[in-house]
Design a protein around this ligand. Structure first.
Ligand SMILES: *Cc1c(COP(=O)(O)O)cnc(C)c1O
Length: 372
């Protein structure tokens, strides 16, 4: 067998993630690797924290980039905050809500599940009913942007309800961060995690997380030690903060963090509100075009994610054949259906750097050809 360098094809990524990474971010990745305790690297980490605080719209001092994908960010929030025996309300309206439940169960805590239909937002009234019926509840967890269905939930209202019943909130913002309005401090979110490869358009493998003062306090005061060594934030805290001195915990993915710094700087330079608006604007053009092609959205208009468009596959159309044609002839990736929607929906992403007019035009013309 003769093996040569791997040269990937140049694709346009319009699926559920990873999204297109800009040349600017890719070039940041190629800068010289330096030591992760080098003073230059430590000051870069401090800037990265400030940029993340901006992206999350928070002043939480504990705002860092976890050296692992979004799934690890999810696990970090649950294992650090939830102790065995705690009651946690989890709102489930897709695949990622289900994963939250699995986290709660593995900890030995008690999940109370609030179910909404696939393709719909979480219903605040149902959360309120569950909070009334389960006064021992300590945490409320939900997915802001359900990537498996394309539904956007009203995080502000859900968090306000949780606060009314003295619960801490755990929010999945993997797909929402940078793509739709999200205000950690104003909305009273206690623990939040995201991912690098969705609307931030960075390379996969990094998970931004942020904990409120109250959540940080819960971690410091735990009497049952956190079962995960790597995700134990009481240990990671010393790596990401401290005056000048940083204690070694693990080796940060040095170059990936350069890329994250660059992607977040681009977001800051664009302005977060402008980024939210760009996603909404591109979604409108795409939605109009999909409608002209006779493709039907699954999620009701006022609950739709601009950055993830879920449409029904028309009767008689071969799902796999269309996606293969888009990939092979147009170098265009769109997402297949997941979970309940497997085989009967497409998920078209407009995330971060991919949310541009030229991508919308490419997607619509490629779909027009494929559907003929
Ligand atoms: C992609 C995604 C995750 C998981 O992130 P990974 O980086 O793939 O581990 C979690 N939650 C939501 C809503 C996602 O879209």
């Amino acid at each position: 067998m003769s093996i040569s360098s791997f040269i990937p094809p140049q694709r346009t990524l319009m699926g559920p993630g990873p999204s297109d990474v800009s040349a600017r971010v890719l070039s940041a990745l190629a800068r010289p690797t330096i030591g992760h305790l080098d003073p230059c690297f430590v000051s870069m980490m401090d800037e990265l924290k400030a940029l993340l605080q901006y992206a999350f719209q928070t002043s939480n001092p504990y705002t860092i980039a976890l050296s692992a994908p979004g799934s690890a960010g999810m696990e970090a929030c649950f294992v650090n905050l939830v102790s065995p025996g705690d009651t946690v309300i989890v709102c489930r309206n897709g695949v990622f809500g289900q994963r939250m439940i699995e986290n709660v169960v593995r900890i030995g805590a008690k999940p109370i599940v609030v179910d909404s239909p696939w393709g719909r937002a979480v219903q605040p009234q149902q959360l309120e009913d569950a909070l009334k019926q389960n006064p021992e509840t300590k945490f409320v967890a939900f997915v802001h942007a359900e990537t498996s269905t394309g539904a956007l939930s009203d995080a502000k209202t859900l968090c306000a309800l949780a606060k009314q019943y003295d619960c801490l909130t755990i929010v999945d913002a993997v797909t929402s961060l940078g793509g739709v309005e999200l205000r950690v401090d104003d909305w009273g979110i206690d623990a939040i995690y995201s991912g690098s490869q969705k609307c931030l358009s960075c390379v996969p493998g990094i998970s931004p997380i942020s904990f409120s003062e109250q959540a940080t306090q819960v971690i410091k005061e735990r009497d049952v030690p956190i079962q995960s060594w790597f995700l134990d934030q009481s240990l990671v805290m010393g790596y990401w903060s401290g005056e000048g001195k940083r204690a070694y915990h693990h080796t940060a993915p040095v170059n990936s963090l350069y890329a994250m710094h660059e992607a977040l700087l681009m977001l800051k330079q664009e302005g977060i509100e402008n980024s939210w608006k760009r996603h909404a604007d591109m979604h409108k053009i795409l939605a109009q075009g999909l409608d002209n092609l006779g493709l039907e959205f699954i999620v009701p208009e006022d609950e739709r994610l601009p950055q993830l468009n879920t449409v029904k596959i028309p009767h008689g159309v071969n799902d796999a054949a269309v996606r293969a044609l888009l990939l092979n002839e147009f170098n265009l990736e769109i997402g297949a259906g997941l979970g309940e929607f497997a085989g009967n929906a497409w998920r078209i992403g407009l995330m971060g750097h991919a949310a541009r007019k030229e991508n919308v035009a490419l997607c619509l013309s490629a779909l027009t050809t494929a559907l003929k």
